[in-house]
Design a binder for this molecule. Structure first.
Ligand SMILES: Cc1cc2nc3c(=O)[nH]c(=O)nc-3n(C[C@H](O)[C@H](O)[C@H](O)COP(=O)(O)OP(=O)(O)OC[C@H]3O[C@@H](n4cnc5c(N)ncnc54)[C@H](O)[C@@H]3O)c2cc1C
Length: 360
């Protein structure tokens, strides 16, 4: 494997096939963040003996503290428990110790930056190369600190110690946050009550400012949501997925012909459009590097874009919000902004990055 041959010079990168679709197993879709393609693929890989386990992550409460758990899932039940997206920093590669001591091959699911690091380690380590049978990257705009969700609970008057189980996203389109309380009651809130802050990069991770890998250049299979208006009215939540290696292409074709996956081929423009706004912001390291110089935030320009004024304003909003997050006093006041005003701020940001790129 020659890492340097992997194309990172365009937002989407190289791939062999792209599809839009979903798992045909309703049980999988019930708990999925998107169309359940990740879990359907992991089930297929394990059930056909291509791997014996999958390194996945779940969230949990331990002594009232919200945290993550890494594990090697070997059954449907264990894969289902790890479903849905967790929008906080989970050091997936710490699970490589579990992978090394596991008896068999493993598929790994992670964010693009994690799959990038994993692939670099695999290139240098034959033992790891033999152990990791498949790499799945989730599309990722950026990730957040755990404090963000804790602020949201606090805003809603919820004490983390009273929560038994939490899911960031459940259900159609953006979905809902779902909390199961220790007294057995179930609460649901619009995911937007969290995602407005997340999309504005409040309490986002520092390292995400320097990343331009939105779609997992280094994975076998990468997948995310289809953010197109026509999907909002479709009763089934879809995923978009890219096979970047021949292995992934073969697996998708086999899953499709076995009736496990709905998979309609789509062209490169469809892939871009499904993530247009995020890509326009995320790939433009140049805009963040320029604005970063004025605001004293170090960002290395590795994409050499020619930012438009609107890109610079969008980068300014992100870096400003990132700075606000670092000051407890400013953050306190930011969290008090009424939702309608916050929505206007977010739509301004979205409007700035809502344009058609020429190359993708
Ligand atoms: C922080 C974050 C940012 C994202 N940003 C975007 C985006 O900008 N655009 C977009 O289209 N999609 C984004 N996604 C991906 C999207 O939310 C879904 O995770 C993806 O479409 C897979 O859905 P699924 O139904 O196939 O997976 P499911 O069947 O629900 O399975 C999800 C799998 O993802 C793994 N997982 C969940 N959270 C994490 C995590 N934090 N780190 C590592 N592994 C994890 C679980 O172990 C599980 O195996 C993001 C996800 C995360 C976690």
């Amino acid at each position: 494997m020659n890492i340097e041959d992997i194309n990172t010079k365009s937002p989407i990168g190289s791939y062999r096939g792209a599809w839009v679709g979903y798992s045909l197993d309703e049980e999988i879709r019930k708990r999925a963040a998107s169309g359940g393609v990740v879990t359907a693929t992991l089930c297929y890989l394990i059930e056909t003996g291509r791997v014996q386990g999958a390194l996945v992550c779940s969230s949990q409460f331990e002594d009232g503290v919200f945290d993550f758990k890494l594990s090697i899932a070997q059954s449907r039940k264990e894969l289902f428990e790890a479903q849905s997206s967790k929008y906080f920093d989970i050091p997936v590669l710490k699970g490589l110790d579990l992978v090394k001591s596991f008896d068999g091959k493993v598929a790994v699911v992670g964010l693009p930056s994690q799959i990038n690091s994993l692939t670099r380690r695999m290139a240098k380590n034959e033992e790891l190369r033999k152990k990791v049978g498949f790499r799945i990257a989730l599309f990722c705009g950026h990730n957040s600190k755990k404090e963000l969700i804790e602020h949201i609970w606090k805003k809603k008057g919820i004490d983390g110690r009273d929560i038994e189980q939490f899911r960031y996203r459940q259900g159609h389109w953006r979905g809902q946050m779902e909390l199961t309380m220790k007294d057995g009651t179930l609460s649901r809130f619009p995911f937007q009550d969290f995602s407005h802050y997340q999309n504005l990069h409040i309490l986002s991770l520092d390292r995400c400012l320097n990343c331009h890998d939105h779609m997992g250049y280094y994975s076998d299979l990468s997948t995310g949501d289809v953010w197109l208006h026509k999907m909002k009215v479709d009763p089934v939540k879809h995923s978009i997925f890219l096979a970047r290696t021949s292995l992934a292409e073969e697996i998708i074709q086999k899953m499709k012909s076995s009736g496990l996956l709905e998979a309609k081929p789509v062209d490169r423009q469809f892939v871009y459009r499904s993530q247009k706004r995020s890509i326009n912001y995320h790939y433009n390291l140049s805009a963040r590097a320029m604005v970063g110089k004025w605001l004293g935030v170090k960002v290395k320009d590795r994409t050499k874009e020619k930012p438009k004024v609107r890109d610079l304003v969008a980068a300014f909003i992100v870096l400003l919000n990132h700075k606000i997050s670092k000051s407890p006093r400013l953050l306190f006041w930011f969290m008090k902004i009424p939702k309608p005003i916050l929505s206007v701020y977010l739509y301004l940001f979205k409007g700035l990055v809502n344009y058609e790129r020429k190359n993708f």
